[in-house]
Design a protein around this ligand. Sequence first.
Ligand SMILES: Cc1cc2nc3c(=O)[nH]c(=O)nc-3n(C[C@H](O)[C@H](O)[C@H](O)COP(=O)(O)OP(=O)(O)OC[C@H]3O[C@@H](n4cnc5c(N)ncnc54)[C@H](O)[C@@H]3O)c2cc1C
Length: 439
Amino acid sequence: MDLPKHKKYVVIGAGIHGLSSAWHLAKELKARGKGSGDDIVVLDKTSPGAGASGIACGVVRNFYYQPAMGEVMRVSVEVWEENAEEFAYHGVGYMALVGPVQDKDLASIYERHQRKGYRSDLITGEQKVHDYMRAMFPDWKARGLTTCLHEKQGGFAFNKSSVMGLAKKVESEGVSILSGVQVTGFDMRDGIVTAVQTNQGKIHTEQVVVGVGPWIKQVWTMLGLPNKIDIKKPNGDLVKDWNMWTFWRLQEGEIRFDPTAYTTADGAYPPVMHVDSTEPLVSDKTGELITDQLWGIYFKRDKAGVQGGAVPENLGHDAQIDPYGTASKYVVQEDFVDYWTAGLAHCMQRFEGCSGEYHWASSGGVGAFTADSFPVFDAMLPNVYVVADSNHGYKMIGVGKEVAKVLMGEHSSVLHPFRFARFAEGDLHPVSSSPYPWS
Ligand SMILES: Cc1cc2nc3c(=O)[nH]c(=O)nc-3n(C[C@H](O)[C@H](O)[C@H](O)COP(=O)(O)OP(=O)(O)OC[C@H]3O[C@@H](n4cnc5c(N)ncnc54)[C@H](O)[C@@H]3O)c2cc1C
């Protein structure tokens, strides 16, 4: 399809957020008799799933200390569950296991789950946690874990399949998705975007939605938005000139492992696992101590083995790397392999010796995190809605549903806590004791 001269709605980015926004917007327009999918075009410089959404581990969880993040996930899990087959979603559940430093965090997450009707169990006390894990995995070994939050909802989806499923939904609503169209700038009048400039020409428009994942700093800058901001801290202090964007290297990998040998004791598909521990972490390869400080890994059964990741690495504010343009060896470092496989072997006997089974495949990537590491979901210009998920968001498929409502003129209490003005107002999200920048 040729580039249209005009579209009422231009969505930039065909990842989880751009596609979900376009899909829900098309449905809203139709339901309200205000238009149809034909009023929307989605542009992607490469193709659907070319960004973070197509490489994500695919974990879907409501393991969030921040109530507002929990709300986003409640809405999102509904979307996953309603479309499980089309989105290759597997509601196998999610388990977070932690040591004493995070006991309180998990208790408060569990209480919120109970209040909101999100199905989860909390197991507390080192021995009880160990017994619970042994009942599920007879070869469970990890000690020193004092709380287990077992979410009975959530799980994972297969990344590319879910993006393709979503793209199908979008197209079935009459929306066009144009691949190979890169946005290079904007025509503006009085602070309002009148046209989107691309490598293939110009599209005049009334409303733009930006969902460009880790490329957000580029498009943010094109829109003339600030790359340094002032933040009011909860104690009232003003921090001036804080960097809006920070880049983190997310390291993920997989081991070859007969998937049928990774089941629970009763033969079921295991939940996605997340372990944060201060027990000594010893290399599966060399037997040497890697760390006795807080470490963390996550893993899930995948098609040909076990896939997962570890605590990411901060790359700073000016990382000039094309997140997915290079081979995974560039993103995944040898010390990650040692760390992650040590974590697997630490947890279950069946994974002892797994470092020899590490499979160098295309995985890992770079995430763009906001000034407080939480999303910005907001109309950053009167007719430009920005979905910048701060790398939280494959799981947040429900954000697009809320964005569509906002574009119809409604208020979204789910998105409101993620407005840009929170930085200046000091209305920041509470911070957990997790070693991850996204918990
Ligand atoms: C290795 C890794 C693992 C992850 N694992 C998980 C996980 O398990 N669970 C989870 O919830 N989240 C996970 N995340 C985070 C999650 O993948 C992202 O937060 C989410 O996918 C972002 O979606 P998006 O739609 O905003 O961006 P993307 O999926 O990156 O899509 C953006 C699209 O915009 C296009 N684009 C960019 N710039 C332009 C431009 N100028 N013009 C036109 N098109 C443009 C790109 O080609 C791309 O297709 C992970 C991230 C990484 C890197």
